[in-house]
Ligand binder design. Structure first.
Ligand code: ADP
Ligand code: MG
Length: 635
């Protein structure tokens, strides 16, 4: 194919929506288009350098990779040129006509229409190339893939509305040139000092030089014409990969700008850790914790992992082998001096030094989070809200570090007083009685149900703290954690209660004997609905509660598995009744057998309601209540 005819094509629907959202919600931070375009140009140079490792020819005799930025004040244009990898026709159509991230359609559906909120969400999604249309009313991309002949150039143009045109062109230099026709009201951007400042601000950390024409000082301009005829380019950025610089030389906002480049995040990072390791392994890592989860955190195909460099040469994006899955939200770079330049994903999977790096990086991150939690509880809370659920996969994923991971957990508890997850396990242990060898917890669908659960009554009375776990994954997580600093976890809704003081046991036994009659009657009334009936040592105020066997699955896990479509064996529970409760007292003396059975049924159903369970026969419950009410009102 030689120069193809000009063709007009429509954008994918998602692109149209994205363009619209971008233009309408990101107007307060217009200048980021330059960061995005430079970031892409830098990626293109990285990719070329990588591909040229095996294919010398790709460099076409021009191995000085660079980005240049030019402008024309009169024509109101800004031009960004790179001699990176470039794109062929198919790549242009795919990259600049569609959005390939999975989950995009759903993401766009979730947009609220409120500009401020949407701006935040788009930030999490990553703004990218299309952000050029925030300030331009026409964008022309001329590109040629490295290694292809001059007549294989492609010119893409669009006004950022419904469509774009694409046309084959001659292009002598490989790489990409983007001409932005700036909207007249945004003409401040077609200006040398404005652009220079932006490059300094957004691209100082980029490892390829970003050049602009040398500014002619007023005195020079007045002298000879010479300078104007042979324009001189100069690098505006320091063009040194940020992570190779010393920590003390790097300013906070340089770290933040670099973060945005590696993560495609629009917001600042929460914290980071930059380390140079020498010795048996030789590598540098710069790892960031984002402020908020990306839109695809729960998407299995979502991008995760760090950027891998070997001796400063970019090798791959999303190298997920360097971090365990429960740390998939971490962004950053790892630059190794040991790995071969031709390292592949397959090699990464079975390389012993990767395994050691992975465990060292994991420790770094856990330490970084620990430090954050000590230094700044508010920031840590922000982290916990966004990523706590992912971190809870830790004990199952990474047995060796489970205690370190668990130190990072935060829960609500009977002592925290509100639904904020703020109680650390260490704080729990510090507060509890020295002799208490258990960490008590209760799981429920939400904080209100948990905090009002009848199962907590005796704990409240004795002042024993109980963790209230309301995330779906909690029970599963606890089953993997099983203990923390020598104390085992105990579900307060399971088994016969043992508060460790030996007292309750005897009392219960006696009560059990004393009320053998009523127990037998209740059991008969409930037939095979429950496993057993017992006098409760848990309850002080409520009439009854349901308890599962010590070894059995808890209710939260059951609900989680059932929701995932698993068939579970039927589980019968034990009904515990409180003989001091007036309703139970009245029930005990009820001689009308039908009424007695109704009361038992009600007590059983109320125990289910109080723990947030669904009744099997809600209409039957309403009938029974109403029958009693009518009797009461007629009396
Ligand atoms: P991202 O950079 O997150 O992939 P962008 O919207 O910024 O998303 O860019 C989309 C794609 O377009 C890039 O992944 C890349 O393949 C291609 N692209 C953009 N700019 C260039 C460029 N200057 N050179 C080569 N390819 C580019
Ligand atoms: Mg990009």
């Amino acid at each position: 194919m030689t120069t193809a005819q000009k063709e007009t094509m429509g954008f994918q629907t998602e692109v149209k929506q994205m363009l619209h959202l971008m233009i309408h919600s990101l107007y307060s931070n217009k200048e980021i288009f330059l960061r995005e375009l430079i970031s892409n140009a830098s990626d293109a140079c990285d990719k070329l350098r990588f591909e040229a490792l095996n294919q010398d020819g790709l460099l076409e005799g021009d191995s000085e990779l660079k980005i240049s930025i030019d402008f024309n004040e009169a024509a109101n244009t800004v031009t960004i040129t790179d001699n990176g990898i470039g794109m062929n026709r198919e790549e242009v159509i795919a990259n600049l006509g569609t959005i390939a991230k999975s989950g995009t359609a759903q993401f766009l559906k979730d947009m609220s229409g409120d500009d401020k909120k949407d701006a935040n969400l788009i930030g999490q999604f990553g703004v990218g190339f299309y952000s050029s249309f925030i300030v331009a009313d026409k964008v022309e991309v001329t590109t040629r893939r490295a290694g292809s002949s001059d007549d294989q150039g492609v010119c893409w143009t669009s006004a950022g509305e419904g469509e774009f045109t694409i046309e084959g062109v001659e292009k002598a230099a490989r790489g990409t040139r983007i001409v932005m026709h700036i909207k007249s009201e945004e003409n401040e951007f077609a200006n040398g000092s404005r652009l220079r400042n932006l490059v300094k601000k957004y691209a100082d950390h980029i490892s390829v030089p970003v050049e602009m024409l040398k500014e002619i000082s007023p005195s020079e301009a007045g002298e000879e014409k010479e300078t104007a005829e042979t324009p001189e380019w100069e690098a505006v950025n320091s063009a040194k990969a940020l992570w190779t610089r010393g920590k003390t030389d790097i300013k906070e906002d340089e770290y933040q700008e670099f973060y945005k480049h590696v993560s495609s995040d629009y917001e600042d990072a929460l914290t980071w850790s930059h380390n140079k390791v020498e010795g048996k392994l030789d590598y540098t890592s710069l790892l960031y914790v984002p402020k908020r989860p990306p839109f695809d955190l729960w998407n299995r195909e979502g991008s995760r992992g760090v950027k891998l460099y070997v001796q400063r040469v970019f090798i791959m994006d999303d190298a997920e082998q360097f971090l365990p899955p429960y740390l998939r939200f971490i962004k950053g770079v790892v630059d190794s001096n040991d790995l071969p330049l031709n390292v592949s994903r397959e090699i990464l999977q079975s390389n012993a030094s990767i395994t050691s790096m992975r465990s060292a990086l994991t420790k770094r991150i856990l330490d970084m989070l620990k430090k954050l939690s000590r230094k700044d509880e508010d920031k840590y809370q922000e982290f916990w809200k966004g990523f706590g659920q992912v971190l809870k996969e830790g004990p199952a994923d990474d047995f060796a570090n489970k205690e370190k991971i668990a130190e990072l957990f935060r829960f609500t508890s009977t002592h925290s007083g509100d639904d904020k997850q703020s109680v650390a396990l260490d704080a729990y242990i510090e507060r509890c009685d020295e002799k208490q060898d258990k960490i008590y917890y209760l799981t429920a669908e939400n904080y209100l149900t948990a905090s009002r659960s009848p199962h907590l009554e005796v704990f409240r009375k004795k002042g024993v703290e109980v963790l209230l776990l309301t995330d779906r994954v909690d029970e599963w997580m606890i089953s993997h954690l099983s203990e923390f600093k020598g104390k085992t976890f105990e579900d307060v809704t399971k088994g016969e209660l043992d508060l460790g003081d030996g007292k309750d046991e005897k009392e219960v036994e006696e009560a059990q004997k004393q009320h053998a009659d009523v127990i037998a009657r209740v059991k008969a009334a409930l037939k095979d609905k429950v496993e057993d009936v017992r006098i409760s040592s848990r309850l002080t105020d409520s009439a009854a509660c349901l308890v599962v066997g010590k070894e059995e699955m808890g209710m939260q896990m059951r609900r989680m598995l059932e929701a995932a479509g698993q068939a579970l064996p039927e589980s019968k529970r034990v009904l515990e009744i409180n003989m001091a409760h007036p309703l139970i007292v009245k029930m005990d003396v009820q001689t009308d057998e039908e009424r007695f059975e109704d009361m038992v049924e009600l007590v059983y159903e109320q125990a289910q309601l109080a723990e947030g369970s669904q009744l099997e026969d809600p209409a039957g419950y309403v009938d029974r209540i109403n029958k009693l009410l009518v009797n009461l009102l007629e009396a």
